[in-house]
Ligand binder design. Structure first.
Ligand code: NOJ
Length: 720
């Protein structure tokens, strides 16, 4: 449809029809109107008429293709102008096929793999009639107590931005051709903004940070998503500068719409508009609606604030019809971009659906992605496993299908391939001692464990959490595994010290005990449908692990928030002063995490040498080329991620001790060497200054290159 026609359509709409377009509800609202009987259920609770229901703009969270089809058909029969519904869903890490959780995907440090995952998620969900996914989550996270870190790309702004953009490209393809490509869906980047900084890691809690933090840490990933063409943005639950995001005109109109030039559909998070009342900044739904619409929120997710108040607000002249029209146009525009006016059933292929969804090729990509996401945290020579050894698989996660992770609402646990099933294929004589509970080992279970652990050469111990222990509304004050699991490692060690621990979890954990008592430690995260085979690929060495942590693993919960790119302090702890008292340190635990950002082992070894720096002086129009030679000095082909960090030592504003600026991935055969080249320009030196503008300070910058964030300093350059 031409833009002109959209305006014509708008002209034909009544005020009620316009307001309806700004409302999003769940499918159960439709169930209550089946047949001719009276209105019951949520419709009745909300005092909504059937006609009002058939004016709404969007539905979130349908479960099946037939449900989606049915709702659209019933809706179109009853909608006067035949404006189709927009179906949105939380397709976060796959639809029917579940890929690893986002924090795991981020561990691959691979925008390419993430783009592929998003693209396959789009194929499966588009076939079920989904038009929009509430992904990617671009929130920067530095507190592993917050359950939603599982849905994030971690603690670094640069990596977060790269990966967030990759999700958008994968879901949408060419954002201007969504009406031609029905294998694609629109992306909704969320949560604008700062949700990841919830105080004390408690979900839905207060957020308060400086403008500098907003612009330099939190905004870039959203900017990257918008530059990649994200069609929608979702507001966050939290406050920014004391105002709930969904009602902040400064944040949404000035920063998002104006500065970032966002012209797409802005949707509130679930009930976030009504929550302004509970926040204590709106007396009732009407005031909440006024604040949200005035801040340019187009769509109200799951409250009746807009539905019940906009008409009255119009009558009272508190909002104008132009403001309402603008919001409606954003909704109609997205429907048009998706080609819904031409085909309201876009993408749905009915019976043929199964031909693609959950296909063998998607399963094999899921397996590959999972293996690329697993981080080898420790390896004292047990891995890769020797095929001649006797292996015992023990623990609560050994045969568990709870390996999909949160936000897998369509994916079925029954389709997940367990570690036990996959390992049996490799070791038909596998000894097993599965345990039932995550928090308790029974005495019968312990008897079997003792027996198999004593018989085996190597114990694979599968530990972890349930999917419900991370995700939304799953904050934790203690991020250790249950005592029973920590005790299990210790007890087995007394019988057989050759322990390979495999972890299934959704956030960085405090692992000191587990690490100390395991010879090898593999962070498998929640690896998704093909988790079992992917873990085995790593254990037996078919895949050489190469993933790197996107978030620090603390030694102790008291260290949180802990992230590698913290600010320089006036009293930093150093090798020389660490015994002194009045320096920035804990007296009971080291400052450093157990496993830092960027860390992850492989089965081979790499050396970085022959560092060459083209010049140590940089001007506005020149660049510095840094080259290093990377050699695989081990015995297996392997991937390594070479990371370049920078520190501004003579800045106007206090800067992070280190910031990731670039990274390169190399894949090398044994003894193979490759030159890796980094270019530094002024662009790499700029940061947000107190005037909230980007510029670079003249002076010195330290450069660090290595295979993790503890990378050594290799040179110093000067911007002149
Ligand atoms: C609330 C969550 O915060 C958001 O991320 C999600 O997309 C919506 N619910 C819809 O399910």
């Amino acid at each position: 449809m031409e833009k002109k026609q959209l305006h014509k359509l708008l002209e034909q709409m009544t005020v009620e029809e316009k307001i309806g377009q700004l409302v999003q509800l769940t499918p159960n609202f439709f169930e209550e109107t089946d047949g001719e009987g009276e209105i019951t259920g949520p419709l009745m609770e909300w005092g909504m008429s059937k006609q009002e229901l058939y004016n709404i703009g969007s539905v979130l969270g349908t479960h099946t293709i037939s449900q989606t089809h049915q709702i659209q058909a019933a809706y179109l029969k009853n909608n006067r102008l035949g404006i189709p519904l927009l179906f949105m869903a939380d397709v976060i890490h796959g639809y029917e096929t579940i890929f690893p959780i986002p924090i795991a995907l981020a561990s691959s440090w691979s925008p390419e793999l993430i783009e592929e995952m998003a693209s396959l998620s789009a194929v499966e969900s588009a076939e079920a009639g989904v038009h929009v996914t509430f992904s990617p989550m671009a929130d920067l996270v530095r507190d592993p107590r917050w359950g939603r870190v599982m849905e994030s790309s971690g603690e670094d702004t640069y990596l977060n931005s790269l990966l967030t953009a990759a999700y958008v490209r994968g879901y949408q393809g060419n954002p201007n051709k969504l009406n031609e490509n029905f294998n694609k869906i629109a992306a909704c980047v969320k949560h604008f903004i700062g949700y990841g900084a919830s105080e004390a890691g408690r979900d839905y809690n207060t957020v308060d940070f400086s403008d500098l933090a907003l612009y330099q840490d939190h905004l870039p990933s959203f900017e990257a998503a918008l530059n990649a063409g994200a069609k929608l943005v979702m507001t966050s639950f939290n406050t920014i500068k004391g105002i709930p995001a969904s009602g902040s005109q400064w944040l949404l109109k000035e920063v998002l719409r104006n500065d970032l030039n966002f012209q797409g559909l802005l949707i509130s998070d679930w009930a976030a508009i009504a929550e302004m009342i509970t926040h204590g900044v709106a007396v009732d739904k009407k005031e909440a609606a006024l604040k949200a619409l005035s801040a340019s929120v187009d769509m109200d997710m799951m409250t009746d604030c807009y539905q019940s108040s906009l008409k009255e607000l119009l009558k009272e002249g508190k909002i104008t019809e132009t403001t309402v029209d603008q919001a409606v146009l954003h909704v109609l525009q997205l429907k048009n971009d998706l080609g819904l006016f031409e085909d309201p059933y876009r993408g749905m292929k009915g019976k043929q659906q199964k031909a693609v969804t959950f296909s063998d090729s998607i399963q094999s990509t899921a397996r590959e992605l999972a293996a690329q996401s697993m981080v080898l945290l420790k390896n004292e020579h047990l891995l890769p496993l020797n095929s001649k050894k006797t292996v015992a698989l023990i623990g609560p996660k050994a045969a568990s299908q709870d390996i999909l992770g949160a936000w897998s609402w369509i994916g079925k646990q029954s389709q997940a391939v367990t570690l036990k099933d996959a390992l049996k294929k490799e070791y038909p004589d596998l000894l097993t001692a599965e345990t039932d509970s995550l928090t308790k080992i029974t005495s019968d279970e312990w008897e079997t464990i003792k027996r198999v652990a004593a018989k085996a050469d190597i114990v694979i111990l599968a530990l972890g959490e349930s999917s419900e222990e991370s995700g939304e509304a799953a904050s934790k004050a203690t991020i250790r595994l249950p005592e029973a699991q920590e005790q299990l490692v210790k007890s087995i060690k007394a019988i057989n010290p050759n322990i390979v621990t495999v972890l299934f979890n959704g956030r960085p954990l405090v692992l000191e005990e587990i690490a100390e008592n395991s010879s090898s430690l593999l962070e498998a995260w929640f690896p998704g449908t093909q988790g079992g085979p992917a873990i085995v690929d790593i254990l037996v060495g078919r895949v050489n692990p190469s993933a790197k942590l996107p978030m620090s693993f603390p030694r102790n919960t008291g260290q949180i928030p802990i992230y590698y790119n913290h600010m320089s302090t006036g009293r930093p702890v150093t090798q020389q002063n660490k015994q002194e008292k009045y320096i920035s340190k804990y007296i009971d635990v080291a400052n450093e995490p157990l496993y830092p950002f960027g860390y992850g082992l492989t089965y081979t070894s790499f050396i970085i040498e022959d560092i060459k720096v083209s010049s140590t002086q940089l001007t506005e129009d020149t660049k510095i080329i840094i080259t290093v030679n990377v050699t695989n000095i081990g015995r297996m082909i392997g991937k390594e991620i070479i990371q370049l960090y920078l520190h501004d030592v003579s800045a106007e504003v206090v800067r992070p001790v280190k910031e990731l600026k670039k990274f390169r991935t190399v894949l090398l055969e044994p003894n193979q060497m490759q030159e890796v080249k980094f270019e530094i320009t002024v662009e790499d030196l700029v940061y947000i200054h107190p005037d909230l503008k980007k510029s670079a300070d003249k002076g010195f910058f330290e450069i660090f290159i290595g295979t993790e964030s503890r990378a050594p300093k290799i040179t110093e350059i000067e911007y002149v």
